[in-house]
Design a protein around this ligand. Sequence first.
Ligand code: CTP
Length: 472
Amino acid sequence: MDIPCSLQERKILEKIALAAQELKVPAYLIGGFVRDKLLGRRTKDMDIVCVGDGIALAHKLAASLGDHVPVSFFKTYGTAQVKWNDLEMEFVGARKESYRQESRNPEVTEGSLQDDQNRRDFTINALAISLRDEDYGSLLDPFNGLADLDAKIIRTPLEPAQTFSDDPLRMMRAIRFASQLQFTIVPEAFQAIQENAERIRIITQERITDEFNKIMLSPKPSVGLDLLYKSGLLKIIFPQMIDLVGVEMYEGKGHKDNFYHTLQVVDNIAQHTKDLWLRWAALLHDIGKPATKKFEPGHGWTFHGHDAVGGKMVTRIFSRFKLPMGDKMKLVKKLVELHLRPISLTKENITDSAIRRLLFDAGDDIDGLMLLCEADITSKNKVKVKRYLENFELVRARMKEVEETDRIRNWQPPITGEIIMETFALTPGRVVGDLKTAIREAILDGEIPNTYEAAYAYMLEKAKSYNLTPVK
Ligand code: CTP
């Protein structure tokens, strides 16, 4: 075997080989597993291609593994899946495919291994390892995929326009691999992506989003994001990002290029977290800037309210990308809305009440917010960067102090709506809400201490202005 495999993987490959011999079908290990093993990356998904019936091979293997190994299969596609321990094996018969211009559903006919390798996306994904008796373990590499792996190159086995037109998602896959593996797309392939970018429209949003998220999770997402931009794909799949591109000049004054600034912020945060949603927050933190941009004479470019406008845009963008609309979306929206707050704290005297408010508004997401704010520092001026970072350290220290005395994160005021209603025999309504808010604000502003007694006394006092007296 030409690739480094664990004992368990060796054992399963031998069993597959035996099952294939019994069925008299040539079988091969192919695709991502071979690529990733050669690169020393972790992988658990094996793709097996055989010249014959893939579903029958999957059943034969499952039977040899014991009584209770299930096979899930799709007759229409001729594919089958077997899960064993933590390995997932996908079986398919070798295919020859041709695609029609208006659809991504291919016409599939049986083919040889070579046919099957021809129809794969990239040379580094077309590497196969034989599971046949006569040459077990040898690498079958008709397109020099191994050399491309070494040279860190992404190249298509066939003419690139053909490969991308066959399945336009491959344009995003090329960029995703470039970003994930830090590989270079060969110029003729990149040019074909530019020429075929429009074809991405026939791909479902779910598949596009899946690839986009893999780019976001790559070690340096800016590589993939910039390639998406330069290929013309970003304009189609994410036009709001394009609005961030460029520098406008007026009266000799320009603003920073918000697109490249954003890419830098995403890279910065990626160095500190693998959390996809914090990376999305970095991607969207300035998305409201184009809509709020103004030139104010004597002052320069401003983007007032871009935090709030950006927050609103998050919902629409998540919906367009078919991303989860629950807690994850709320987190990203909250961070976009709050991303200027810590920096504004560092400009004035940091009061306890400002710290308390920030802790209250951010709740458990405060650490994510601070990561975003630190990532947002992209100044080239080292002195400035140092000053900002020191200020953030100060904010962190003050937050710790306030948190220790106040426990304000995820805090609820000591007087609830129920207590207000009981005290004054009220039914739910505006007055109850007003009183509750007044108490909360008084505590956050440090006007009264964060205790039940103080809050109760404040409520009684405040209630007088509503002509309310306690009933008990
Ligand atoms: N493939 C392809 N065209 C696609 C998708 C997949 O040619 N649009 C082929 C490639 O040979 C690929 C294999 O099918 O290696 C398996 O695809 P998949 O599991 O989706 O991707 P991997 O390459 O394994 O990579 P990853 O697991 O990182 O997605």
